[in-house]
Design a protein around this ligand. Structure first.
Ligand SMILES: Cc1cc2nc3c(=O)[nH]c(=O)nc-3n(C[C@H](O)[C@H](O)[C@H](O)COP(=O)(O)O)c2cc1C
Length: 201
């Protein structure tokens, strides 16, 4: 059995698909994982536009987003680059940026560390710890594809927000769960959110 990650950083950026980020945090909490959360300014905008979630990205309140988290979610604004999670000496077992905008993908691929989300990604890569990027754009330009290649070459797992259909999804939750399960698998967190392929015929 995989080693379960104990503390996972989740960055939610301004790509469409905020629901993936929220579902990921909920799934991690269900697995008993501690979550360090950071939502970018655009991420907060998309949360409001897509899910009616009101979040002040400068003072994120985990109680409002994840009631009942029991102190297992701590949140930082994106400019808090001095947060503990910004250092490789702090034990963050893995990180995911979900969804990951093309802007943040670029920052990660080029080591910009321009905010806390990009910095944590940089730390994961330099420390050789799991980093999962969940990009969402359509179509991808050559710039996007090259940045994904750079990130993958540096050690990131690129898990696109592209759900499969072989588990016969019936609800949006089933589709979201398929992507989230791919992410938790790469984070090293064992969860069974949707049926896995057991062979056809
Ligand atoms: C409703 C909405 C949907 C968006 N969808 C995407 C998207 O799917 N992919 C993407 O790369 N950017 C998307 N954007 C644009 C990003 O939010 C924008 O580039 C932003 O600067 C990214 O900043 P961040 O990476 O700090 O969150 C969207 C913006 C809005 C308002």
């Amino acid at each position: 059995m995989d080693q379960s990650a104990k503390r996972v950083f989740v960055g939610i950026t301004g790509a469409s698909g905020a629901v993936y980020g929220i579902a990921l945090v909920r799934a991690l909490l269900r697995a008993g994982t501690e979550v360090v959360l950071c939502v970018s300014e655009s991420g907060a905008k998309v949360l409001r536009l897509e899910m009616d979630f009101e979040l002040d990205y400068r003072a994120p309140d985990p109680d409002a987003l994840f009631p009942g988290h029991g102190g297992r979610v701590i949140a930082f604004p994106p400019d808090r680059v001095e947060a503990p999670v910004s250092s490789g000496s702090y034990r963050t077992d893995a990180a995911a940026i979900c969804p990951c905008s093309m802007g943040t993908l670029s920052g990660v691929a080029h080591g910009a560390s321009g905010n806390l989300i990009e910095r944590v990604a940089d730390v994961m890569l330099k420390e050789g710890r799991p980093l999962v990027l969940v990009p969402r754009e359509a179509p991808y330009s050559l710039v996007h594809l090259r940045n994904m290649t750079l990130a993958a070459e540096a050690g990131a797992a690129v898990v696109p927000a592209s759900p499969g259909f072989y588990h016969r999804p019936k609800t949006i939750e089933d589709l979201v769960g398929h992507v989230v399960q791919k992410v938790t698998d790469r984070l090293g967190v064992r969860l069974e959110l949707v049926d896995r392929w057991g062979g056809g015929g």
